[in-house]
Design a protein around this ligand. Structure first.
Ligand code: SF4
Length: 512
């Protein structure tokens, strides 16, 4: 906390005998200030009487004996490679990495966030407990249980937490863990504004959570079902609150365009701009069907020049297989609207190596690029690709990944051919995507592996040599097609719509 931070809620006084919690962000301070989920979690705990909570980032300066009074130390775990920073932060405060090596003199260590909600097993032995699913309410419950029982032993507290819905305690858990789903009856918005934030002084507002499109590979959709929206009246009030403190606003959500009042919300902001308010607005990547004149005109009036469109694949056929349900005509219509209403360019985002992909689908991307270029001279068109990673709790969780060599050839081919058309193309590292797949479908056998990866420095070479030394065939996690009757490491996490649905969806999509 410093004087460059502006709190948008009333902070309370702290006392000597408060129960001390650290909420950690596995990244630098400026990124933490742009992480809405992390900041909101902090705010909800910060409002509890008798609790003193501190934010800790990877670049927080360590002061002597700082950790002495900390009883609970929680980490936000949003990206597969976050474990590297989490381990280094624990070591910085001289806390043993394995839970079994931490006696009652150490704080309880926990993690929450999409990675561990989907599959905590590769990290099982490092945390005392995990929060599975939306953490806004359970976090409060957990903090209160820990505070009210602070005199008890760690094991006694963990047994209490083991009974809380949405909490997974590896040491005591014997039944399935239910993922928690919160209704968005309250608006989630930036509680602390700062010019030090990565998105400087930007007020972020979560307009919708989840996405009903259910693309076969999409963890963000399946993890956050059902799609939920902020109530309209509340949204307008919160927009006013944000704009009374800053002129930068960002609307967040995978499917914000599905908000029943999305056009009204855009118009509300547009009218303010027309009335002379200087507002900069941005939105998270847009779905093609979100490109309407109202939205584009608001974005342009609010200073946005380019936007990103997720098309996922090059051909209508493959888009059907992944459940994207988007045809070429819709893409062209969206580009027309974007251009006619003042955007200067669009970045098209897709994936290579999707299940059933053929050479024709790759060629279709090049054909699409050429058509777009021919039709829209002077409009800035670029492409970005990553490679398919099978994710737990999705219909494609059983699908193995294409091998690294062939994916790298596809990536190089696409880059070369699109470059000839004058299209800039970025492709994420196929090798890193491979390790992401290993971790995504990992089990408890990876615990010592991830520890070794960390000890060896966390670079690509570290992953390779840790796998060798631990005698782990990582190809099995990344490449293998699993049969439906295989027991999956994350099966014990109960999530709607459930495994039967995922099997049916897998069969339906792959047969298209
Ligand atoms: S449209 Fe986007 S967010 Fe929605 S399911 Fe598909 S990939 Fe996921």
């Amino acid at each position: 906390m410093n004087n460059l931070e502006q709190f948008l809620y009333s902070t309370k006084n702290t006392h000597e005998d408060d129960y001390v919690i650290w909420m950690a962000f596995p990244g630098i301070y400026s990124f933490s200030l742009s992480s809405l989920g992390y900041l909101w979690m902090f705010k909800t705990l910060d409002e509890i009487e008798g609790i003193s909570i501190e934010r800790i980032c990877s670049d927080t300066v360590k002061t002597r004996n700082r950790k002495e009074n900390v009883k609970l130390f929680g980490f936000s775990f949003s990206f597969d490679l976050d474990f590297l920073t989490i381990f280094s932060m624990l070591e910085k405060y001289e806390i043993p990495l394995k839970a079994e090596d931490r006696g009652d003199e150490y704080p309880l260590i926990f993690a929450g966030g999409p990675v561990v909600t989907a599959n905590p097993m590769p990290y099982n032995s490092f945390f005392d407990f995990f929060i599975i699913g939306d953490g806004e309410d359970v976090n409060i419950q957990v903090a209160k249980i820990c505070k009210d029982n602070k005199e008890k032993s760690k094991d006694e507290i963990l047994r209490l937490l083991n009974n809380v819905e949405g909490v997974y305690v590896p040491k005591f858990c014997s039944t399935p863990v239910k993922k928690l789903t919160k209704r968005l009856s309250e608006c989630i918005y930036t509680p602390i504004l700062s010019e030090k934030a990565f998105f400087k002084n930007t007020f972020i507002l979560e307009l919708a959570r989840g996405c009903s499109n259910r693309c076969g590979f999409c963890l963000a959709s399946y993890l956050n079902l059902p799609l939920r929206f902020m109530p309209y009246e509340e949204t307008l009030k919160v927009i006013d609150l944000g704009l009374s403190k800053t002129n930068k606003i960002a609307l967040l959500g995978a499917q914000i365009s599905a908000h029943p009042h999305f056009s009204d919300i855009c118009n509300y902001i547009y009218n303010k701009i027309q009335a002379g308010e200087k507002i900069e607005m941005s939105v998270s990547s847009l779905r093609v069907d979100a490109i309407t004149p109202d939205v584009v005109k608001t974005l342009v009036a609010a200073g946005q020049k380019n936007s990103t469109l997720a098309i996922e694949a090059g051909s209508d056929r493959l888009r059907k297989v992944i459940n994207k349900n988007l045809d070429e005509e819709q893409i062209f219509r969206a580009v027309n609207i974007a251009r006619e209403n003042g955007l200067k360019g669009l970045k098209f985002y897709g994936m290579i190596g999707l299940p059933t992909e053929t050479e024709d689908d790759i060629q279709a991307l090049i054909v699409l690029g050429k058509k777009l270029k021919d039709l829209h001279k002077g409009f800035d068109i670029s492409f970005g690709f990553s490679s398919f990673v099978p994710k737990p709790h999705t219909p494609f969780q059983w699908c193995g990944r294409e091998n690294t060599k062939s994916l790298e050839e596809k990536a190089a081919f696409l880059k070369k051919e699109l470059h000839k058309l004058g299209i800039t193309t970025n492709v994420s590292s196929v090798k890193w995507d491979y390790w992401q797949a290993v971790l995504s479908r990992g089990d408890e056998n990876l615990n010592n592996f991830v520890l070794d990866v960390y000890k060896k420095g966390g670079k690509l070479g570290a992953f390779k040599s840790a796998a060798k030394e631990n005698n782990i065939n990582t190809d099995e996690y990344a490449y293998q097609h699993y049969s439906f009757d295989k027991k999956l490491p994350w099966d014990f996490i109960e999530m709607k719509p459930g495994k039967e649905f995922l099997i049916k969806e897998n069969q339906r999509l792959l047969a298209l």
